[in-house]
Design a protein around this ligand. Sequence first.
Ligand SMILES: Nc1ncnc2c1ncn2[C@@H]1O[C@H](COP(=O)(O)OP(=O)(O)O)[C@@H](O)[C@H]1O
Ligand SMILES: [Mg+2]
Length: 251
Amino acid sequence: MGIVNCGDQLLIEIKKLTKIYSRNARPAVSAVDMQIKDGEIMGFAGLNGAGKSTTIRISTGIIYPTSGTVLIDGHDIVREKTEASAKVGWVPELPNFEPNAKPLTLMRYYGGFYGMKAEESIRKGRELLEQVSLGESMNEKLRNYSQGMKKRFSLAAAMLNDPQNYFFDETLNGLDPEGIRFMRKLMVDLKAKGKAVLLSSHILNELENVADRIAIIHKGKIVDLIERPKIEEINKSDGKLEEYFFKVIGG
Ligand SMILES: Nc1ncnc2c1ncn2[C@@H]1O[C@H](COP(=O)(O)OP(=O)(O)O)[C@@H](O)[C@H]1O
Ligand SMILES: [Mg+2]
């Protein structure tokens, strides 16, 4: 085996991403550029409607961009959707599942998409459900899961094929303190394993303890990118991150 220089491809590369849903509205996302390296947690902050979920849904291959693209470890999410989306785990803002399904039935189904054998999907699925503390609810139908439990299930499902890249959409939002601590730790563990992680939030403070860098999006455009030392600096200042955030978005 020769030495292949592909180190610079191991990342999420969002390139000039633009999404126009309707000709009468401003672009939901406008020329967004962002890179998330392996072993890095990128915070993605912005008000409701700023364009976070649109960016994430395009990056995971759920919807198409109007122009621009996203490379997942070098694979184009539009032109090489199958390869690219297999390298992505996604926890949506409000995960929803067939209410009558049981967790392991869905794990087997999802595993099928990644070419996993049924026994393997179930074995791995069981292990992951234990890991996200759903071991005791493993045999219940998903209709009995709370929103927090659905987020945990969604997370376990996202990890089924051990992807290199993760998108968490408002994942800390709406969780109780224990849930927040759990999710934060899990993201830090993923980072330690060298995964690339993007975590969006409409609350900048939620990101300060976990993100290496924070990109701020406003009205579809990236308006700031804060590196770690600066995050701490701002946090020591009077108004802290919140003041800074409103200054940056001009409100
Ligand atoms: N499916 C859609 N059809 C039309 N407009 C949409 C759709 N999804 C989002 N939008 C609009 O795009 C903008 C960005 O939304 P979104 O990406 O959901 O923001 P965020 O996740 O930051 O709250 C908003 O103005 C929103 O109303
Ligand atoms: Mg959103």
